[in-house]
Write a protein that binds this ligand. Structure first.
Ligand code: SAM
Ligand code: SF4
Length: 338
């Protein structure tokens, strides 16, 4: 494939289209399943079966994938994990995919524990956005949830990211024991800052342990009770979160719904797990083993055809994908990348 004639990623017109007419323009790439936290809804405390070196994609393999996807029309790549910065060489990899795909919008999802030394380089890279995961502002609770004592570090990353002017979103997973006080305290982060705070409903991706997910009251009802003047902001329909403004807050509040999946009709996303499995939907079990294909003598054009053919079969919604995905054990978000 000729890079110049086929570099359509920057134009936003995608060759990746499914039978429902949805175009894929956004790829979430998980570069490792390893992590420096052990969030209780994502990984067990001990005994995690991490992938061995051979089973994860190499940086060269992921660079090739990024180039092919960009040429096919993907204009946004989010680097995620596990924790991306526990993998040595993460920054260099991000720099190379920016150089190789001019116009690509690069994003990062991180827990903030190891990213502080890299923030100014990420700014130089023109990182288009960072999602910082932070569930609580209480030190003891942070440690209970993540099984590590790193709140202070994550808060430094919050402030430094804003100081550098990198667009920032904070993702907070709402658990059965997340109190109203906690929600209001978290909202303090956006009172006088241009930050999107998104509350995530728990999803069934906890690694080995089953996580209790029932809530007494729907999150939306709680937010309307807690925040005066809460008003839904109309979305462009491809956003993952429903967004709200509230009186007295500069930033926005958001809800990322777990299983209601209101956004399937306009889904523009693909995921690649750390082992190189392509997923059309968070809830499918993987539709194309890219690692296997990459380790044959397949050409870029052939690989592009395989990818486009798998995307064309994307199912109508997450409910259908989950119905066809019979799992023995719960998959972890750490290998999928969120
Ligand atoms: N380690 C990085 C982080 O935490 O930001 C990136 C990977 S993490 C799997 C991506 C996102 O998935 C995080 O915001 C995390 O809170 C969320 N997540 C993990 N397990 C989840 C679950 N069972 N339900 C909902 N969100 C989950
Ligand atoms: Fe690590 Fe992110 Fe999973 Fe927490 S949610 S254990 S930070 S991968």
């Amino acid at each position: 494939m000729n890079a110049r004639s086929c570099a359509i990623g920057a134009t936003g017109v995608s060759k990746l289209v499914d039978t429902f007419g949805r175009q894929v323009t956004y790829l979430r790439l998980s570069i490792t399943d390893r992590c420096n936290l052990r969030c209780r809804y994502c990984m067990p405390e001990e005994g995690v079966d991490f992938l061995d070196h051979q089973s994860i994609l190499s940086y060269e393999e992921m660079e090739r994938i990024a180039r092919i996807f960009f040429r096919l029309g993907v204009n946004k790549i989010r680097i995620t994990g596990g924790e991306p910065f526990v993998r040595k060489g993460c920054l260099g990899f991000m720099q190379r995919i920016c150089e190789q795909n001019p116009g690509l919008k690069l994003h990062l999802t991180t827990n903030g524990v190891a990213v502080l030394p890299y923030l100014s380089d990420l700014k130089k890279l023109d990182l288009k956005g960072m999602n910082l995961s932070l569930d609580t502002l209480d030190e003891k609770r942070f440690e209970e949830i993540t099984r590590r004592n790193k709140l202070e570090t994550v808060l430094s990353v919050f402030h430094e990211t804003l100081r550098l002017g990198i667009p920032l979103k904070v993702n907070a997973v709402i658990q059965t024991d997340t109190s109203d006080d906690e929600l209001v305290r978290m909202a303090g982060l956006i009172k006088d800052k241009p930050v999107a705070l998104r509350f995530i409903e728990l999803m069934p991706f906890s690694g080995k342990e089953h996580v209790e997910r029932s809530m007494e009251l729907p999150l939306e009802t709680r937010l309307f009770r807690l925040f005066p003047g809460l008003k839904e902001i109309s979305s462009n329909n491809i956003e993952t979160a429903r967004r709200f403004s509230a009186t007295g807050y500069q930033g926005t509040l958001g809800i990322i719904e777990g299983e209601s999946r209101k956004f399937c009709g306009s889904c523009n996303k693909l995921r690649i797990t750390s082992s190189g499995m392509m997923k059309n939907c968070l809830y499918d079990k993987g539709v194309l083993n890219l690692r296997e294909l990459l380790r044959t003598d397949i050409t870029d054009s052939e690989l592009a055809e395989e990818i486009a053919s798998s995307v064309s079969k994307k199912l109508v919604n997450g409910k259908e994908a989950a119905r066809l995905n019979e799992k023995d054990s719960e998959e972890s978000m750490a290998s999928i990348g969120g």
